[in-house]
Design a protein around this ligand. Structure first.
Ligand code: FAD
Length: 808
């Protein structure tokens, strides 16, 4: 065994072997993999081996596409048979609602070039005679699906990596990990020690335990999962004989089952409602190539539907039932990337679909380790998308919910209940008493809208029960004044003698003068956006950064990686130690004026000014800025003052008819200003010119900021895309994101967000299109729920294009 290696990958499942292969493929050959037993000894060996491209998140779908396309390459390179069967597949819908959902998935896939299409039940039956067409309303056919041999595939990765110089040590268990002074790791195994520059946790079923070796509690939990294999079925044999091919994969969403051919019979698996975590506290180290006890009663309700939908199963004998554990994160996506606060400790775990995603995970992680960037937008799988709220018990609640809903519809306005409420702010009870319907984001309860007595969210693809009320909230802001809670934003205090220089280097904007704020894009070396913030300069060496709440850990990881080592800058994520309220609308200044003796006229307190000021008896930070695009103020306070200020503002606003508004109204308001938001319009895929943030990028400033060269180059070339706003001829549903944008009937772009702009009375979509066509006014349409809706380019913001209201 080597005593030193550049990388030690822990775990020889499909994910570890893919990571190892990709590292070697990109030129790192001093890499080793240690496996406590044989390769595939975790969840990999008993997987059903199914794989597909379709995923609700286009960024994940891209990596799944890569994974599926990789299989021929590793089979050829390694000479290892992987038992690849590209059978194609179909997703089946038994209800109209489900079919609507499938159409939206299909539409999302269009601009990725996904070659899938709709089928009638009759066509579906023709392709897959085992199904009863009367049970379905339609299907989606996907040519790029199939299954493979998990053992062969894992070995193909491993052999390919070895061919490139990697070493693999079997029966070598990592027992401890100790970081050395220089940041490298002592990987302590039962066979000796390896000093490694980087460690990768691909521990699968034991990823949690490996995390604990370094003091991490990773949000990952294993669930039991069952599938059955039938005896030979004459219907299958007959199909193979007459058609000369295998039966295709099927996912029957309403039955919550999947099935495929296995030899001359069929395999059927379920994501059952009565799901069960496996080893919820700790995974036993002596768990080997074992299966769990079968428990057919638990999956009977799903099987009954499955057997009704596929009647031939009623005549088949069951050859065996497999019950095995595999891991999930709270949202079902993997946990990939560098772990915040640690040097060279990487995660590639919680991969629940190793055969659809393993290649993409390996590719992204190897890119990240070698080039410092994953090379794709992997936020959906980034280990930093969770904060400290993702505890063991939270993970347990969310994973069970996620597993049992794996094949359930998630409506655009649906908030899932497990693990809630967890984090609340001091005004939570007051908001709730006022009818707030909450959503949870980054573990925090946030008001979405304020429902009248007896009205609640009805989940739907179309405009729903909240429509009128959200409209009234939005209009109240435009007509008079509204109050909303803003604690969900991430807030960072940056202080110290080196703060100014550091921010100047980190952020692409020109730094604001004291008492002023600015919009502050943050770029990667390649000039793409890695953050967008509001930066407030409160005093000399006293700065406040405000950004997206869901990206707090993600941004902290970036900040910390760029922090000077000399202690000249102190940085703190304030989280809920600073909470917020915001007022917006033409009467907002009148409300504020009643709370302070200070002059808040535009002359004394102009747009983008920021002050520490007492409001009533409470100290606060007040910034004259509003994401509504209206006259407005963001007010930040310590949590102990929030209820006092909430009451005070409502009292002061009463004479103006102040109204509470939530995130849905805020979305409607920002759409009519064409304001983008992090994780939608602003992502590491886009440059500032493309995203319309160019005017906040000071390529001419003295400081050499991160991404400067690339930003200058983008300015020169103009980039590839443009963010544009469209007014959509919507009927009873509005776009939400990822719908394809067509020009003259051809897919040319995609929506990043949308909705009904209530105050303007128009349905709006924001999205990216190629720059060459970005200023064409006519000929646009957007596909929504299977319908092509005409759209027109909206050149100016719908509301207050001159900014007079906001600045006045
Ligand atoms: C019944 C069933 C059906 C499935 N069907 C499918 C399917 O059809 N399609 C699909 O894509 N996925 C399927 N899966 C999921 C799939 O199996 C997983 O996504 C995949 O196996 C995850 O691989 P992994 O490498 O992350 O983890 P694992 O396979 O668990 O590998 C982790 C490895 O790390 C090793 N290890 C752990 N700790 C240490 C240590 N301290 N030192 C050294 N080595 C260590 C373990 O021995 C193990 O070999 C199924 C799973 C089950 C249970």
């Amino acid at each position: 065994m080597k005593s030193h290696a550049r990388v030690v990958v822990i775990g020889g499942g499909v994910v570890g072997c893919s990571v190892l292969y990709h590292l070697t493929k990109f030129g790192w050959s001093d890499v080793v993999l240690v496996e406590r037993s044989e390769l595939t000894s975790g969840s990999t060996w008993h997987a059903a081996g199914g794989m597909h491209t379709i995923n609700g998140d286009p960024n994940v779908a891209k990596l799944q596409k890569y994974t599926v396309e990789l299989y021929k390459e590793i089979e050829d390179y390694s000479g290892q048979d992987i038992g690849l069967h590209m059978t194609s597949g179909m997703m089946l819908a038994s209800t109209r609602d489900r079919f609507d959902w499938m159409k939206s998935i299909l539409a999302k896939g269009r601009y990725m070039g996904l070659d899938a299409h709709l089928l009638t039940p009759k066509e579906a039956h023709e392709l897959m005679p085992l199904l009863d067409p009367d049970q379905f309303v339609g299907a989606v056919f996907d040519p790029v699906e199939g299954h493979l041999d998990p053992y062969g595939t894992t070995h193909a990765y491993a052999k390919s990596a070895k061919r490139n110089g990697a070493e693999i040590y079997l029966h070598t268990k990592v027992e401890d990990l100790v970081q050395r002074e220089d940041g490298s790791w002592r990987v302590i195994t039962n066979k000796g020690e390896i000093v490694a520059e980087h460690v990768v946790n691909c521990g699968g079923l034991w990823a949690r335990e490996i995390g604990r070796m370094v003091g991490l509690e990773l949000p990952v939990l294993a669930m039991e999962h069952m599938y059955l294999i039938t005896e030979d079925m004459p219907e299958v044999v007959e199909f193979n004989r007459t058609r000369g091919k295998e039966l295709m994969h099927c996912v029957d969403f309403d039955g919550e089952i999947y099935l495929r051919q296995e030899r001359n019979g069929m395999l059927m698996g379920t994501y059952e409602k009565a799901c069960r975590p496996w080893s919820p506290l700790t995974t036993p180290w002596d768990f080997g190539h074992e299966l769990l006890e079968e428990d057919i009663a638990r999956i009977t309700p799903e099987l009954e539907v499955g057997f009704r939908h596929f009647p031939a199963f009623n005549r088949a004998g069951i050859r065996k039932i497999i019950n095995g554990p595999f891991t999930f994160s709270p949202d079902g996506n993997p946990l990939v990337g560098p772990v915040r606060g640690m040097t060279n400790f990487w995660s590639a775990c919680a991969v629940m679909a190793g055969f659809s995603q393993g290649g993409g995970v390996g590719l992204a992680l190897a890119n990240w380790m070698i080039n410092g960037d994953p090379g794709f937008d992997v936020f959906a799988m980034d280990v930093a998308r969770y904060g400290d709220y993702a505890t063991l018990a939270y993970t347990n609640a969310k994973v069970r919910e996620n597993y049992s809903r794996r094949f359930s519809i998630r409506y655009p306005n649906e908030e899932l209940p497990a693990g809630r409420p967890l984090q609340t702010t001091p005004v939570y009870d007051r908001l709730k008493a006022a009818g707030a319907v909450f959503g949870a984001s980054y573990g925090l309860e946030q008001p979405l809208w304020f429902a009248p007595e007896g009205v609640e969210d009805r989940f739907s693809w179309r405009r729903s029960t909240d429509f009128e009320t959200v409209g009234a909230e939005a209009r109240a802001v435009r007509e008079s004044v509204g109050l909303m809670e803003t604690s969900g934003f991430a807030k960072y205090a940056v202080k110290g003698r080196g703060a100014k220089a550091w921010l100047d280097r980190l952020l692409a904007c020109r730094l604001p003068a004291q008492g002023r704020m600015t919009l502050a894009p943050m770029l990667k070396d390649d000039g793409k956006l890695i953050g967008d913030f509001t930066l407030a300069r409160l005093g000399e060496g006293d700065w406040l950064l405000i950004g997206s709440g869901i990206a707090e850990d993600y941004h902290m990881r970036w900040f910390e990686a760029h922090l000077p080592k000399d202690g000249s800058v102190t940085l703190e994520a304030l989280n809920l130690s600073l909470v917020g309220l915001a007022i917006a609308g033409p009467k907002a200044r009148d409300v504020l004026a009643k709370l302070t003796h200070l002059d808040v006229s535009t002359e004394a307190f102009p747009f983008m000014a920021v002050r520490r000021m007492d409001l009533g008896m409470a100290p606060a930070i007040v910034g004259r800025v509003s994401y509504t695009g209206d006259l407005g103020y963001e007010i930040w306070m310590k949590p102990q003052y929030q209820r006092y200020l909430y009451d005070l503002i409502l009292e002061a606003g009463a004479e103006f008819g102040i109204r509470l508004f939530g995130l849905r109204a805020l979305n409607a308001l920002r759409l009519e200003k064409s304001y983008g938001s992090w994780s939608r319009e602003y992502r590491p895929l886009y440059g500032p010119v493309e995203a319309g943030l160019e005017r906040f990028v000071a390529t001419g400033k003295a400081a050499d900021f991160v991404g400067r060269q690339a930003a200058a180059a983008e300015r020169e070339t103009g980039g590839v895309l443009r963010l544009r706003t469209f007014v959509v001829a919507a009927k009873d549903a509005d776009v939400i994101g990822d719908e394809p944008i067509y020009l003259d009937g051809a897919v040319r772009g995609w929506v990043t967000s949308g909705g009904y702009a209530h105050a303007a009375g128009l349905s709006v979509a924001i999205g990216y299109v190629p720059k060459e066509i970005a200023d064409i006014e006519a000929g646009w349409s957007i596909e929504l729920l299977g319908e092509m809706l005409p759209a027109r380019l909206q050149v100016e913001p719908l509301f207050d294009p001159s900014g007079a209201r906001m600045r006045g």
